[in-house]
Each structure stands twice: as structure tokens, then as C-alpha cells.
Design a protein around this ligand. Structure first.
Ligand code: 4GX
Length: 229
């Protein structure tokens, strides 16, 4: 899968050279291409923003540089799903990540800066995505969050697909059960006896129970509604 990103800060995406994603790229399972929006800026100052009509504070991204950048990328690679990163978008969740991971030939993410985009930019994208209800200074970190959530779902990226199935949200289940590793006692806290018992039926039952309790306490919103008769 290809992921293209339009951004004013391509150097931020070197973070994706590391770890699981770095390995996936080296293996050719994923390619990431950044496109510097400044190259489509207007005039000798390569301007990409301007003051808002109607007044007010802050700057707004002009539509022409974004249109030129989107057109250049999609002309070279037709079929990309174009996604604008914005707090006003649909909230990213695991289901959306899975949907995006299935899109061929890949994605074009738009990471903006300043106080927002000219409203007409919305007509040039397929979707708008938010990574959460808080405001950041740019769409670069949100774009990287999308890339990471999607990349680990691509075939061959995770060594062991078992761990995909077991994880929280993997099958729209609840939160994960508590995990322990060595030592058996740490600062007076012991590993629950059942996990040392070797009784795998009992362990499965304990984990399911803890997972249910934790989900009910911390994330009741994840518990599916009872089917109404
Ligand atoms: N989930 N940002 C977009 C520029 C901006 C400002 C206002 C539209 C309106 C974000 C998020 C996010 C920071 C990306 C501001 N665009 N993106 N950028 N939360 O905070 O996706």
C-alpha cells in the first residue's frame, strides 16, 4: 500500500523510519511519500495561507496550493483515497482503520497548519478524519497516527496475527485484561495465583472476567446495547 502526505513539514515524517513501520517499509509492504505543499505556494514567497475574509484572528490555508498539490499527486497515482486531517472530521476508530487498510492503491493524507482550511478545500477530498477532540498545531501528528493504525493491519506487517485478534477493539471487543510478566512479586504486589496455575481454562475465564469488569468501569461506551425485542 502507498501512503502519500501533503504537508509543510515533510521532515516530521522521518519518525516513521523507526520500529514496526520502518520494517514494513523496508520489506516493501508499505511505501510513504511526502509532498511539500510549499512547492505549490503562490508568488516569490511561496505563500500558502492568507487572512480570513470577514476578519478575525489567525490565518487560513488558501485553496489553490492545496488543489495544485492534490492534483499533482492524484495525476501521478490515480485512485488514492484523499483524506483531510481536521478536528471537524469523523473520529478515527479501529473499524475505520481497517477500512482504510483495504483501500487500493492507497491513501493521500492532507496535513494542514494555521487555524484552518478555506472551506472550498472540503470539495477536493473524499473524507475528513479527526484523531480526537483536542486541538493540535498541525495535521502531521494526526496523519502519522492514521498511518500507524493502518500500517499494522496490512498483511505481513505484524509477525503474529494472533496478537491482532486478541487486542482491544480487534474484533470490537472491550479493553484488554491485566497482563503480568516476571517477577512473581514486585514491591509487595504478587502476580494473581490463577496465572501461575497452568490451568488454561481457568486462565481464559479469569481474563474474560477482568476484561469485562475493566470495560464496564472505564469504557462503558464500548459495551454493545442489548438487542431490543
Ligand atoms: N485530528 N489538527 C488540522 C489545522 C486546522 C485547524 C482548524 C482545520 C481547522 C487534528 C485532530 C488537529 C490541528 C489538524 C489543526 N484545520 N487533526 N490543523 N485533532 O488538531 O485531526
Amino acid at each position: 500500500m502507498q501512503v502519500h502526505v501533503i504537508t509543510l513539514f515533510p521532515e516530521m515524517f522521518t519518525a516513521l523510519d523507526a520500529g514496526l513501520i520502518g520494517r514494513a517499509r523496508q520489506q516493501g509492504l508499505l511505501s510513504i511519500h511526502t509532498h511539500d505543499l510549499r512547492e505549490h505556494g503562490l508568488g516569490s514567497y511561496r505563500q500558502v495561507d492568507d487572512t480570513p475574509y470577514g476578519g478575525g484572528s489567525g490565518m487560513v490555508m488558501r485553496p489553490e496550493p492545496l488543489a495544485a498539490a492534490i492534483d499533482a499527486v492524484t495525476a501521478a497515482m490515480p485512485g488514492l483515497l484523499t483524506i483531510l486531517m481536521t478536528p471537524q472530521g469523523e473520529l478515527l476508530d479501529q473499524l475505520t482503520a481497517r477500512e482504510l487498510a483495504g483501500h487500493q492503491p492507497g491513501l493521500l493524507l492532507i496535513a494542514g497548519r494555521y487555524e484552518g482550511f478555506d472551506e472550498r478545500v472540503r470539495t477536493m477530498v473524499d473524507r475528513e478524519l479527526s484523531i480526537g477532540d483536542y486541538v493540535l498545531s498541525g495535521g502531521e501528528l494526526p496523519a502519522m497516527v492514521v498511518i500507524e493504525a493502518v500500517a499494522r493491519l496490512l498483511p505481513g506487517v505484524l509477525g503474529n496475527p494472533e496478537s491482532l485478534r486478541e487486542e482491544s477493539f480487534g474484533d470490537s471487543a472491550g479493553l484488554e485484561y491485566p497482563q503480568y510478566t516476571r517477577p512473581e512479586e514486585f514491591r509487595g504486589m504478587r502476580v494473581p495465583e490463577v496465572l501461575l496455575s497452568g490451568n488454561h481454562a481457568k486462565i481464559r475465564e479469569w481474563r474474560a472476567d477482568e476484561s469485562r469488569k475493566r470495560t464496564a468501569r472505564r469504557r462503558p461506551d464500548l459495551i454493545p446495547e442489548r438487542r431490543k425485542p
